[in-house]
Every structure is written in structure tokens, then in C-alpha cells.
Design a protein around this ligand. Structure first.
Ligand code: ZN
Length: 669
């Protein structure tokens, strides 16, 4: 690992204008620089770089980040590679930290497995092209299926001889470690002898994000065999199934350029579509999509199109992970391939351009498609229809990031139309699921690290609306009555306002934390002190992570700066920090130029800014206490109790009034 000291040194010398300017022609415009966005096609520049904040943002496509994420995104570097590139550019000598013995051991194993996989890939390709059996059986099979030599070489396909130990012998002769050969899934031990795991099979190497072979899929040729159709590499240091999308190495640039990722089931579908010139395609390998796979797709695009053939069990499995996709802000479309066809056969039948037209013309929205299917299944059964309503509301409730607000509203409108129910009622039900989902989701996210999420559309897991609407009107939040309460209508916009307040607090902390608050305190002291009482009020657990990380550093005597977070190795934290430190504040600084300093700048107003954001949190807490008190008031009470509750209400109301004065001083961000 690169030493923290080196990283600091690199970052202190890095000039974002110089680095980004090396790839994009930038022109100075006020405090910022402007250029044509390298991530999407545009004629008028909307790609903005701020030298002061050391971030960039495109107002056309929305991409944003820091110098390192620019290099990672534009040049496809890893975090460490981006640092190395900068170190070379700015003549910083890299110091590597001591690695723990366990980590070094793990790296050595991974290195060995990489070397063995590389050897195996070359061996199997050699057999396919040069060996008689490889040519007669393997190559002729591939050619019969319509694969040309060029595509076979591009995907490094190979052939494993139908032999007991041809590969194992070759590997042992080349001095490869028998234990690692087994760990790679290339050989197995039978009666103390190493024998081949793949026999008489076509070999599909699986590549990682930097193009190295991390495993294999071995497909059977003789269809009358009782053996499994595919044998895949077992999980090991390199091959982690939940993080792999077959073809992602070959598809990455096409996905980026076309801003869309096609998902199919099998290896041959990927290779076949590639050969037809459709290169933005990956395969799920027939399992439920995992959060890691979805995030891999999101690195390149947020448009996912699933090509689905009716009988494909694998794609059905992939569909089960899809509500996670909605939470990841992916826009998911489905295309159904006609009966008895799969993507491989269908692209051969139609040809590339007709296939592409077919995809474009038959794309269905994932949510609307599921709704149509469920409604058809429900028929005239009102019980089933009620379950469908619940199911669709639950699904829509997962699209609730601030940037997805319009999409969510569109879905509510379209689904209400399809269901022939009142839009306001559906809206209220969605809000109910959002409230219930917030806690659940954050918990799940905290425990999620590459696990599978086959939670499915969960038809009835959420319970709720039964057939006898009237009797359950109270907990289905006005749905049965057909009109949402004012509170329900408000709750989405309120959720977003809360999120803004929370972000505002973190922004104040990052931006002003090290400035004086009063004679003996810094702003950070004040915010951290105050925030302690309001942790439970912070809904966004990732923001809470920034707060806690800041606190940890601060207490250790490290002075956390905006930079520490912008360049945090954890991409999730860094992305969040970038989105918090956006350009809105900078814009207000431009007022200074206009009014020659007559107007206070955001810089001067920082104390009020801090006070205002903290007041919001307090207001929320008071509001919550008032709500609880009000609920209590609605119950029958003795006169004395009643009086006490009213006094509590008055007290809270006074606190609220006082706080509102602070909040009013600074424009809501
Ligand atoms: Zn752009």
C-alpha cells in the first residue's frame, strides 16, 4: 500500500486544472474553468472545474469528482494507479507501507493464481488452434456455431482435451504448485493423483476489470452427456462470483460510450453479440444480480437493459435482484426475445442492425412490465389485485434518492393509470413504504458486502392492503378513502428537505470545521458536540459515517479537511463528499465580484450557516417530540395530565419559535 504520507505529498502538489487540462481544453470563466465534457457528447461546454475546491462537475451529464476520480473514470485507472500516475507526473517518490504478513500471504497466493490462470489460458488456446483434437472437435464446433477466428481470439477461447490428465501433466512439468492448480479449479486430486477437471470442453476465460484472467467457464460439447453443461471456477482469492460480470472487460468502453449496458444470460450470448458488433453487453452467469455487480454496471452507466428469453431460468434469477437496482438509481428496461430463441440465435437470424432495432423498439420499462404481468395473473380477483397494488407501491418506494424524484412521480402516475386507481392514494401508499423502508434499508446496506439479494418483488412480504379496504383504512394511509392526508402528501418533500439539512450540516463541518467558533472552540467542536444529541435524527447513514470518521480523525489530532474526504480511498465516501461540496456555494461567491464586497460572502457567514443547519436538526427533534405529545393529547386523560401535556406543548412551541429565528437568517440550501 502507498504510505499515507506519500498520498498527502502527491495531493499537495496536484493541480486539478493541470491534470484535467491535459485531457480537456479548459477556458477560464470567473472563478472556474469550463470545457467540453469528456464523458458525454456536447457542443456547448458544461464541464466545470473549480481550482479552489479541486473538483469538477458536468452540468450536462452530471458526472463529478476530484482529480483522482477523474483519472479513474477517464483513464480507467485504479485508485492506486491514479496515485502512481500523479506521483510520476509531480516527481513524488512513492513510499510503500509495511504490509501485514497475512495480507502479503494473500497477495502472494493471488499472484500465483494469476500466473497459473495465464498459463492455463495460453495452454487451452494453443490446444484449440494447434492440436489435432482441438481443431477437429473444439474449433470445428465453434465455427459451426458461427464464431469467426477473430472473435475466438479476442475472447481467448480455448479447448480442453478429452483426456484424464493432459493439462495437469503439462502444468506439473512447468513446475506449477499442485495445491494452487486445484484452488484454480483446473485440476482435482483422484487417488493421490492430479487429474484434469475440464475434459473435452470449450474454455471461456473470465477476465477481471484490468483484463487479467481470473477463472474459466468450461462448456460441454457432447450434448448427450449427463455431465453439467458448464463447469465454473470455484470461489477463490481471485474468483468471487458475486463481483463478476462476464464480458465486462471487453464491454467497458462500449458501455461507457453508448451509455447503456445490455445484460444477457450466457457466455455464448456475449461472444455472439460482440461478433455482431453489439459490444456493450455482459452476462450475469445466471444468478441473481448482486449489489457488487450492479455497482460495477453503475460505474459506466445507469441504464441497464435486460435481454430476456421467456424460458430462461437464469434471467429470471437475475430479475430477482432488481429492486436493488432501483435503489442504486439504475434505470432498468426489459426486452423479451421471441419464443424458442435466445440472444445468440436471434442475432444470427436477424443480423446486427435488425437486432439492434428490435431491442430499441421492444424495450419495456421494468416496473410497468412487472405490473402488467401481475395484473394479468390477478385477473378479476380483488384480493390478488390488492396485493399487486401493494407490490408496486413497495417497488416504487425504492426509487427514492433525491435525484430520482421526477422518475418516482412518473411511475406513480403511470402505475395508477394502469391499475385504474386514484393517483393520490397510490402516492400515499408509496410514502408509507418509504417511511417503513428507510430504517430497514439502511440496516441492510450496513450489513451488505457483496452478498446476494434475491429478495424479489416480494408480493406479500410487506403485508398491508387487504381486500376489505374499509376496515383497514387507518393503516393503509388514506388509500381506501382515495385521498391522501396533508401529512402524507408532504412526506416525500419533507424527506428530501431532511436530507438537505443533513448534508448541510456535513458540508458546514467539512468546509468550516477548523475555523474558530468562539475564543476557545473551533466550529468542529461545536458541531460534534451538538450533533451527539441528534445522531438518531440523521437518516442518511452514509452521512453519519462521514461525521464519525471526521470525529475519529479530529480526536486523534489529525485535522480533517475537505480534501481528506474528497480523496478518501473509500469511493462511496469520496463521491458523497464531492456531491456535498457542489458548486452552489461557489456561485454565491461570485456576488462578491458584482457588489465589490458590499455583500457578505458565504465565507463571512459561516457561523450563521453552522447555526442554521444545526437549528434544523433541533427543529426536527422538537417537531418529533411535538407529534408524540399531540398523539398523547388525543387520548383521554385526567385534567391534571391534560394540563401537563398542554404545557409541554407550549414549551416545545416556544423552543420552536426561537429556533425558527436562526433558521430564517440564512437561505435554505
Ligand atoms: Zn458531461
Amino acid at each position: 500500500m502507498i504510505a499515507q504520507q506519500t498520498i498527502q505529498q502527491i495531493l499537495s502538489r496536484t493541480d486539478i486544472i493541470e491534470v484535467v487540462g491535459g485531457f480537456v481544453r479548459l477556458k477560464k470563466r470567473g472563478a472556474n474553468y469550463l470545457g467540453l465534457c469528456p464523458f458525454h457528447n456536447e457542443k456547448t461546454p458544461s464541464f466545470t472545474v473549480s481550482p479552489a475546491k479541486e473538483i469538477y462537475k458536468c452540468f450536462g451529464c452530471g458526472r463529478s469528482g476530484n482529480t483522482i476520480s477523474f483519472l479513474m473514470e477517464h483513464e480507467k485507472y485504479s485508485y492506486a494507479d491514479a496515485l502512481r500516475w500523479l506521483a510520476a507526473k509531480y516527481n513524488v517518490e512513492i513510499e510503500e507501507t509495511e504490509v501485514s504478513p497475512e495480507l502479503r500471504q494473500k497477495q502472494q497466493v493471488a499472484d500465483s493464481l494469476h500466473i497459473i490462470n495465464g498459463f492455463a489460458q495460453k495452454y487451452f488456446s494453443h490446444i484449440l488452434w494447434e492440436h489435432e483434437e482441438g481443431q477437429d472437435i473444439g474449433l470445428s464446433y465453434l465455427r459451426e456455431r458461427g464464431f469467426g477466428d477473430e472473435i475466438i481470439r479476442k475472447f481467448q477461447l480455448g479447448y480442453a482435451l478429452d483426456s484424464r490428465d493432459a493439462f495437469s501433466k503439462a502444468a506439473l512439468a512447468a513446475q506449477y504448485n499442485p495445491e494452487y492448480l486445484q484452488r484454480c479449479g483446473l485440476a482435482v486430486l483422484r487417488e493421490d493423483r492430479l487429474v484434469d477437471n475440464y475434459r473435452g470442453r470449450i474454455i471461456f476465460p473470465v477476465h477481471n476489470q484490468s483484463g487479467k484472467v481470473i477463472g474459466f467457464g468450461a462448456r460441454i460439447i457432447k450434448s448427450n452427456d449427463r455431465a453439467p453443461k458448464y463447469i465454473n471456477t470455484p470461489e477463490n482469492e481471485l474468483y468471487v462470483k458475486s463481483r463478476i460480470l462476464y464480458g465486462s472487460w471487453h464491454a467497458r468502453q462500449a458501455i461507457d460510450k453508448q451509455d447503456e449496458c445490455l445484460l444477457v444470460e450466457g457466455y455464448t450470448d456475449v461472444v455472439s453479440l460482440h461478433q455482431a458488433g453489439i459490444e456493450n453487453v455482459v452476462a450475469s452467469g445466471g444468478t441473481s444480480l448482486t449489489i457488487d455487480q450492479l455497482r460495477l454496471i453503475r460505474k459506466y452507466t445507469n441504464r441497464l437493459t435486460i435481454i430476456y428469453d421467456g424460458d430462461s431460468a437464469g434471467i429470471k434469477a437475475a430479475l430477482r435482484g432488481l429492486d436493488m437496482a432501483l435503489e442504486e438509481s439504475l434505470d432498468v428496461k426489459l426486452v423479451l426475445i421471441p419464443d424458442k430463441e435466445d440472444p445468440d440465435s436471434y442475432v444470427r437470424k436477424l443480423g446486427a442492425s435488425a437486432f439492434r432495432d428490435f431491442i430499441a423498439a421492444n424495450k419495456k420499462d421494468f416496473i410497468l412490465f412487472q405490473l402488467e404481468v401481475s395484473l394479468r395473473d390477478a385477473g378479476g380477483d380483488s384480493n390478488k389485485k390488492a396485493a399487486v397494488v401493494n407490490q408496486v407501491a413497495e417497488t416504487i418506494s425504492r426509487i427514492n434518492k433525491a435525484q430520482d424524484f421526477t422518475r418516482q412521480q412518473d411511475y406513480i402516475r403511470q402505475c395508477a393509470e394502469l391499475l385504474r386507481i386514484d393517483e393520490g392514494g397510490l402516492h400515499a401508499l408509496v410514502n408509507k413504504f418509504i417511511r417503513e423502508g428507510l430504517g430497514r434499508r439502511e440496516n441492510r446496506e450496513a450489513s451488505a458486502s457483496g452478498g446476494q439479494f434475491a429478495t424479489g418483488m416480494g408480493v406479500s412480504e410487506a403485508g398491508g392492503l387487504a381486500s376489505d379496504h374499509a376496515s383497514r383504512a387507518s393503516d393503509s394511509a388514506g388509500f381506501a378513502a382515495g385521498a391522501p392526508s396533508a401529512e402524507e402528501e408532504d412526506s416525500i418533500s419533507l424527506l428530501f428537505r431532511h436530507e438537505q439539512n443533513e448534508r448541510g450540516m456535513i458540508r458546514s463541518l467539512l468546509e468550516f470545521g477548523l475555523k474558530p467558533w468562539n475564543e476557545d472552540k473551533l466550529v468542529a467542536d461545536y458541531i460534534l458536540e451538538q450533533a451527539r444529541d441528534y445522531y438518531e435524527m440523521i437518516d442518511n447513514k452514509r452521512l453519519l459515517r462521514i461525521l464519525e470518521t471526521y470525529k475519529e480523525w479530529y480526536e486523534e489530532g489529525i485535522e480533517p479537511s475537505t480534501k481528506s474526504f474528497l480523496y478518501h480511498e473509500d469511493q462511496e465516501l469520496s463521491t458523497l463528499a464531492v456531491s456535498i461540496m457542489d458548486f452552489r456555494h461557489q456561485l454565491s461567491l461570485n456576488w462578491k465580484d458584482h457588489y465589490e464586497g458590499k455583500i457578505a460572502t458565504a465565507e463571512d457567514l459561516y457561523k450563521e450557516d453552522v447555526l442554521s443547519t444545526m437549528s434544523y436538526l433541533k427543529l426536527r427533534k422538537i417537531k418529533r417530540l411535538m407529534d408524540e405529545n399531540q398523539k398523547d393529547l388525543d387520548q383521554p386523560h385526567s385534567d391534571a395530565e391534560q394540563l401537563m401535556l398542554i404545557q409541554t406543548h407550549m414549551h416545545l412551541k416556544n423552543m420552536e419559535m426561537e429556533l425558527l429565528q436562526h433558521v430564517g437568517t440564512v437561505i435554505v440550501k
